[in-house]
Design a protein around this ligand. Structure first.
Ligand SMILES: NC(=O)c1ccc[n+]([C@@H]2O[C@H](COP(=O)([O-])OP(=O)(O)OC[C@H]3O[C@@H](n4cnc5c(N)ncnc54)[C@H](O)[C@@H]3O)[C@@H](O)[C@H]2O)c1
Ligand SMILES: [Fe+2]
Length: 431
């Protein structure tokens, strides 16, 4: 029988500006010169301002005679107020380029400062994701932003996303637009050597969840509605063949190197690989998106009570982002595996599960058990209860997840309020 094969072609558009830098961060000041920068805004946080990554950048700026002003008031886990403070600094400064040296908190704050300085009459909520903000598309041209990540986690140097804690609603949300992607990301693992153990662990869990969530997200061709104008295309488009490559590659690196990077600060091979994995996963999820672990993490961070994590040199309580996403991961993947179980099983195998005799219908449970073991081995807090939550908090946690449609709608399996309650309840204790 002759059967005509019909091959469906899809169009993929993809962009990211990353450079591999052989001469460490020092050459980045030449990039600033090439960009014609005359007045640079350098952003970082107070803790980092005393550490080697910022020193290296200051030396480089001095060596190349770059005129700059430093803003080191970035809040670790930024809020609307801390974003606004940085925006005011940027609006007053009249800068023609930005350099962000830090983790996701710094890079995200710098993205927001660049955006609102370029759009001086905008109100803060104009660009914030709907339904919390107005979600206006960005049409103004932004100044160049060079991102120098110092954690191995968010991949923010590759993404068009800036996340903050919206205090009034006690929930995290953000700004999402390709227009706010950094112009250049400098991936230099030497900057990560000063990271203490728990920051390596928590930022590494963010990489783990970026990879797992983007690989299991709703496929791009099942996402709706289709925007009538390309400017309204969401930054997060659903899993697709291109982001799959980045997600799987990042997951393999996490499986091989995360434990080593956490346990031994001298293990440069592990730290270097994790720094790359962070960017790889960033390119993957920055295009495909994340889903329930992230959607549910926003109220987990936003409703923080008195939790003060070890190794975070800050004076306020916070749930580090990576911890807030990973604590629900066993429950989430046990729930989502009904759809595309083969992807869940593949992920479990990459993370070390023996799947030779596994049944496909057990994929979710196998991945959940693999994750639990992974977290137990790394001394991770025993679930949401260990960071201060109880059953009584579940309604508020669910309420804070409901507006996170930008990500929760990318879950391969739709979820009701009851499902979310059950997921939070199952995440109270892990072991
Ligand atoms: N934009 C995105 O695509 C994206 C993605 C995921 C998460 N995020 C956001 O990023 C933030 C979290 O960022 P993060 O996990 O990178 O951490 P972070 O920027 O919040 O920093 C955490 C702590 O690590 C310290 N630190 C950073 N680098 C260090 C180094 N090299 N040596 C010693 N200390 C160091 C900081 O001073 C801080 O105390 C959250 O707000 C999260 O929501 C953004
Ligand atoms: Fe994240």
């Amino acid at each position: 029988m002759n059967q005509r094969l019909s091959i469906k072609l899809a169009r993929y558009s993809f962009s990211s500006q990353l450079t591999m830098c052989k001469c460490r961060v020092f050459c980045f000041s030449s990039d600033l010169k090439n960009l014609g920068a005359r007045r640079v805004c350098l952003m970082t946080d107070k803790n980092l301002s005393k550490l080697p990554p910022v020193n290296a950048v200051l030396n480089s700026l001095a060596k190349y005679g770059i005129n700059f002003q430093m803003y080191d008031n970035v809040r670790v886990e930024p809020t609307d107020q801390s974003f606004i403070d940085a925006i005011q600094f940027a609006r007053k400064g009249g800068f023609d380029a930005y350099v962000a040296v830090g983790g996701g908190s710094v890079i995200d704050t710098c993205k927001a400062a660049n955006l609102y300085a370029a759009s001086p009459s905008s109100e803060f909520l104009d660009y914030v994701n709907a339904p919390i903000g107005k979600g206006k598309p960005v049409t103004v041209p932004l100044k160049p932003l060079i991102a120098v990540p110092t954690t191995s986690g968010t991949g923010s140097e590759t993404t068009g996303v800036a996340i903050f804690d919206f205090k009034e609603l006690k929930v995290k949300t953000g700004i999402a637009s390709r227009a706010i992607k950094p112009t250049l990301g400098i991936i230099d693992p030497l900057h990560t050597l000063s990271m203490p153990e728990r920051i390596v662990a928590n930022s590494g869990f963010d990489v783990l969840c970026h990879a797992l969530e983007s690989y299991t997200a709703l496929p791009y061709n099942q996402r709706s509605p289709c925007p009538s104008n390309p400017i309204d295309r969401p930054a997060y488009q659903g899993s697709n063949p291109i982001s799959d490559v980045w997600a799987l590659h990042a997951l393999r690196i996490v499986a091989k190197y995360l434990k080593r990077a956490i346990r031994n600060p001298e293990d440069r091979e592990a730290r270097a690989n994790m720094h790359l994995a962070s960017a790889f996963a960033g390119i993957g999820f920055g295009n495909a998106g994340v889903h329930l672990c992230h959607g549910m993490s926003y109220p987990i961070s936003g409703l923080v009570k008195s939790y003060k994590p070890k190794d975070y040199n800050v004076d306020h309580s916070l749930v580090p982002h990576g911890l807030s996403v990973v604590l629900t991961s066993p429950a989430v993947f046990a729930f989502t595996a009904q759809i595309h179980p083969e992807r869940h099983l593949e992920a479990a195998e990459i993370l070390g599960a023996d799947i030779r005799t596994a049944r496909i219908k057990d994929a979710g449970l196998i991945l959940a058990d693999t994750l639990r073991k992974f977290l137990f081995d790394l001394n991770v807090d025993d679930g949401l209860a260990a960071i201060g939550y109880s059953k009584a908090d579940i309604p508020a946690l669910v309420k804070g997840t409901l507006p996170q449609e930008r990500v929760t709608k990318l879950s391969p399996r739709p979820q009701t309020e009851e499902d979310l309650s059950a997921l939070f309840e199952a995440s109270m204790k892990l072991y």
